[in-house]
Design a protein around this ligand. Structure first.
Ligand code: F1P
Length: 346
């Protein structure tokens, strides 16, 4: 939650500002449909953004993979806003989707880290994430900063549309202000994740399950694991398992089960019971103070308490660490994953 980001907190007034926004608030408030288009990790950040924008602003959002979207015939109206997300600002498919939209006169807002990148130059509006140079190939802090940018954008949009009360915005802002300290403490206390990651050494497949925001963030956990530790993994919406995939859950298959969302907590626990019944070894993610999850899983990681809507910013940290330690324990170079370029420009 950086004070340099293109969307930032006005700490004094407990609201959000977008100091570099060129369009008027009235124009922003007019958009009634949003496409979020991106690739890989950036697309996963967009999935979190979708739930947040819809919840706080009631504007319908579709998230699309840029490599598919660029060949579609999207239904644009003059009230459609496109948000493209790209750490590098040079990803070929994302850039192509942006250019296609521009041909149809669609207003494009970019969320990117790189000033002067093609995406930053060609979009109408830019929110820079200022996440610093990406040293490693796999995106980690880029994801976190993109997600934060999307939270701040959603709050700003809710302010201008009046879909959240000032007190509600202030409450979210106050919670956002405590996030950096929580992340710091999670990074200091990574022993349990390391232990679980090491226990997956002989394993060749792993599942991540969750619902709603937990599902969105589990997709990123799964991608990170594939990218840097080369373990096959699948992120699955927990409620969808019973439609076939449960057949793959057998003795000792590791399952990472995310249960940070109170409104669907009970449903999530019943999904965990289903995979446990088939012999899975379950690592649960619960919120600090949760007394129950430990009874249904083999191990639990407790995440610092925050607003459930903000949980993805914290949940992704142990997921990234899991991929990191799984990679290290296999003797791999986490910073130079095979078959992955920092920006995919072809
Ligand atoms: C998109 C992306 C990254 C991934 C890798 C390849 O990049 O899929 O998420 O970690 O670097 O490209 P970008 O458009 O966000 O720069």
């Amino acid at each position: 939650v950086r004070d340099t980001m293109g969307a930032r907190i006005d700490h004094e007034n407990k609201r959000v500002i977008l100091p570099e926004l060129k369009m008027s608030d009235a124009e922003l408030a007019m958009y009634d449909r949003i496409y979020i288009v991106a690739c890989g990790t950036s697309m996963h950040a967009g999935l979190v953004g979708k739930d947040v924008i819809e919840k706080w602003t009631r504007v319908p959002v579709e998230v699309a993979v840029a490599s598919e979207f660029r060949y579609r015939d999207p239904i644009y109206t003059d009230k459609t806003l496109m948000i493209v997300i790209s750490q590098s600002g040079e990803t070929a498919d994302t850039l192509a989707a942006l250019r296609e939209a521009k041909k149809s006169n669609v207003k494009v807002m970019a969320i990117t880290n790189v000033v002067g990148s093609s995406v930053a130059r060609e979009a109408d509006e830019v929110i820079f994430t200022w996440a610093g140079p990406e040293v490693a190939v796999a995106s980690t802090k880029a994801y976190t900063s993109q997600v934060v940018a999307l939270y701040l954008f959603s709050l700003y949009l809710a302010q201008v549309k009046g879909t959240l009360e000032a007190a509600e915005v202030a409450s979210v802002v106050e919670h956002l202000e405590t996030i950096p300290g929580k992340i710091a403490s999670m990074l200091e206390d990574a022993e349990q994740v390391r232990h679980f990651a090491e226990s997956t050494k002989g394993v060749n497949s792993l599942f991540f399950i969750g619902r709603s925001l937990d599902y969105a963030v589990s997709l990123e956990g799964s991608l990170k694991l594939k990218e840097i530790s080369y373990i096959h993994s699948e992120a699955y919406p927990a409620g969808e398992l019973k439609h076939g995939t449960l057949a793959l859950i057998e003795d000792n298959v590791p399952v990472v089960a995310l249960a940070t969302q109170p409104d669907i907590y009970e449903k999530m626990v019943s999904n965990i019971v289903e995979v446990k019944a088939r012999g899975a070894h379950v690592l649960g993610f619960a919120t600090e103070g949760d007394q129950d999850l430990a009874k249904s899983v083999d191990e639990v990681i407790y995440l610092p308490a925050t607003l459930p809507m903000l949980a993805p910013i914290l949940t992704v940290i142990p997921l990234q660490l899991l991929a990191y330690y799984a990679s290290i324990s296999r003797g791999l170079d986490v910073d130079k994953p095979r078959n992955l370029a920092k920006s995919v420009t072809v």
